[in-house]
Design a binder for this molecule. Sequence first.
Ligand code: SF4
Length: 252
Amino acid sequence: MQDYPRYITPSFPPFDPIELAKMTEQIVCRGASRKYTAFYKVGVYGGISTGYTIGCCLRCVYCWVEWSRDFPESHGKFFTPKKAFQNLLLHAKKKRVSKLRISGGEPTIGKDHLLGVLEFVKTTNYLFILETNGMLLGYDQDYVKSLNKFSRNLHVRVSLKAGTSEGFQKRTGAVGKFYELPYLAIRNLKETNLEYHVACMSDPRVMPSQERNTMLQKLKEIGFHGYLEEEFCDPYPTAVVRLEKAGYHLFE
Ligand code: SF4
């Protein structure tokens, strides 16, 4: 088994992101329980109750999340789906917001946990926003199908990292050939009743304009013509360190 990948450095060996999802699940999940560090409300989406979970299957150079992404074994406490949902609800009620999400890591890692949380959300009128890098939803079509029954309460946001395999490997640390998976996730979502939209980290400081054009072309080819949310790198302390360790100096 490969060593657990932390953050990208110039000599970083690329990893298999599906294997990393499995390795991470072994660390951050116990049965249907998953590790979180906190629950709170934030202002995005007009106000959303957020569970800050742990663990991801990519190592994006501009990632803003805490070091719990890189060292998941040292952070967080396990929460059952019921307890996680109760905490999400508590903060939603306290701050009078109608949306819920799991952030701070990749929420599709630990399928039993996510589906368990969604079973509770389904009994309410809250909207759950599933922010995903699309790796597992592209890899496992049945996963997407199993989300379909939550369509009344679910909106999926797929975040693209690259338009080419080279760009994907350079900025996520994962082996380049896996770069198609988020596009497959979008294609899989198109075949469901789920509401979704697509985001991409197309900041020209990290994604060359030619690669952005390739990404737009690929989206057209899979029949995606909807709203594209383009993201920019922000100087969060963890993002600044990760970028510098990978050899990017965006904020000097
Ligand atoms: S930016 Fe998102 S997908 Fe990339 S490493 Fe961070 S949490 Fe994972």
